[in-house]
Write a protein that binds this ligand. Structure first.
Ligand SMILES: *Cc1c(COP(=O)(O)O)cnc(C)c1O
Length: 395
């Protein structure tokens, strides 16, 4: 954590912004500008040459965006961060920066649907292959490494099956081969899990989810060493151009300030809902990292502060029953995305993971009966009452 602010809860509010430099404005000013004027031609030359600090053009950096980047870097325990216009812009900027034609990527068995789509695209266009693995032990991982392996890409907990991967184990094996490990930390946020401190190299987020937290922004963030971030800033961010708007960065710094408070409540509510879902007769199985009987619970305890706010569960019956259940909900909203104040529910097989071919999808553990629930900040009693009445209505 930042030398100046010892605690996460304080840094998330104060780090990266000095009101004295902004006319005393308590809130971060919104620099809604495309470009920055130079005092003279020489200053322009120096800034382009990297010999003088200062902003040039908002695709290359913006003061409002910079506050968000400074905060995210310190919260994840990294040196620098980059903000993007979506989580997928962040994922693609990172993967394209670390690979070239003919390379190979090792991935967790289970990925966000569009990340899966991007890997397919990279294979078709650039012959960049990938292997999926549960990464459950060192042997399994070592067998996948080839001379062409240029990075590892991991989600944990995995969306939507909630399997957990031991990040320090993966990082240790990758280090032996000098292969960078990228972690999609969207589900956990740095409040619950810090992959860089476990030896991984790059963390990325769909900031659309818990970082923003209010369902009003689509954005992404990448964190890592200064050298890696400067490289991405000067190549796949600058030239592909998936940048965030100043206003969206402003919304994210505002959302971030309450991240610890929100996450505590998301986690508490999820624990309550989990234990009740587990007892319901229409529910066949519940997947939640905070479950003491979860096969990966020891890893969760080692690397996560709490179990998070997402729960997946498998229902008895058919796909039609799963859809009837969703249609019977009154308070809970049927929507993809997660990490919002509202409780959201979705059907991965026909929604977030519908682009994945059936065989791959089943291998990842995504059946037609699987439901993903993002537990919101409403009173847990109200969330449970709604789930229960919809489950009971199927009986
Ligand atoms: C939503 C999501 C993404 C993609 O982010 P966008 O902001 O929608 O582009 C990537 N990874 C995970 C785990 C996600 O949940």
């Amino acid at each position: 954590m930042d030398k100046k602010y010892k605690h996460f809860e304080t840094a998330v509010i104060h780090h990266g912004y000095d009101s004295k430099q902004h006319a005393g404005s308590l809130s971060v000013p919104l620099y809604q500008t495309s470009t920055f004027t130079f005092e003279n031609a020489e200053q322009g030359e120096q800034r382009f040459a990297g010999e003088a600090d200062g902003f040039i053009y908002s695709r290359l950096g913006n003061p409002t965006v910079r506050v968000l980047e400074e905060k995210m870097a310190i919260l994840e325990g990294g040196e620098a961060a980059l903000a993007f216009g979506s989580g997928m812009a962040a994922v693609s900027a990172v993967l394209l920066s670390l690979t070239k034609a003919g390379d190979h990527i090792i991935c967790s068995q289970g990925l966000y649907g569009c990340t899966f789509g991007l890997l397919q695209l990279m294979e078709e266009k650039y012959n960049i292959s990938h292997s999926f693995s549960w990464l459950s032990n060192e042997e399994e991982l070592r067998q996948l490494i080839t001379p062409q392996t240029s990075c590892m890409y991991i989600e944990t907990p995995i969306n939507p099956t909630m399997k957990v991967i031991d990040l320090s184990m993966v990082a240790a094996v990758a280090k032996e081969h000098n292969i960078p490990v990228i972690v999609d930390n969207t589900f956990s946020t740095p409040y619950l899990q810090k992959p860089l401190e476990l030896g991984c190299d790059i963390v990325l987020h769909s900031a659309t989810k818990y970082i923003g937290g209010h369902g009003d922004v689509v954005a992404g963030v990448v964190v890592g060493s200064r050298e890696r971030m400067e490289h991405i800033r000067g190549t796949t961010q600058k030239d592909i151009g998936g940048i965030i708007s100043p206003f969206d960065a402003w919304l994210l710094t505002r959302g971030l300030k309450t991240l610890p408070v929100r996450m505590d409540r998301h986690c508490e509510n999820a624990e309550k809902i989990f234990s009740r879902l587990k007892e319901h007769k229409r529910v066949k199985a519940v997947y939640f990292p905070g479950d003491e009987e979860h096969p990966d619970f020891l890893i969760t305890q080692k690397q996560m502060r709490k179990g998070g706010g997402l729960i997946s569960f498998e229902m008895n019956g058919s796909k039609k029953d799963a859809q009837r259940f969703l249609n019977a909900l009154q308070l809970i909203k049927i929507a993809v995305s997660l990490g919002d104040t509202e409780t959201l529910i979705q059907h991965p097989a026909t929604m977030t993971h519908s682009v994945i071919p059936l065989a791959n999808r089943l291998e990842m553990g995504i059946s037609d009966q699987l439901i993903r629930l993002s537990v919101g900040l409403e009173a847990w009693e109200d969330i449970w009452e709604d789930l229960k009445q919809a489950l009971d209505s199927l009986a």
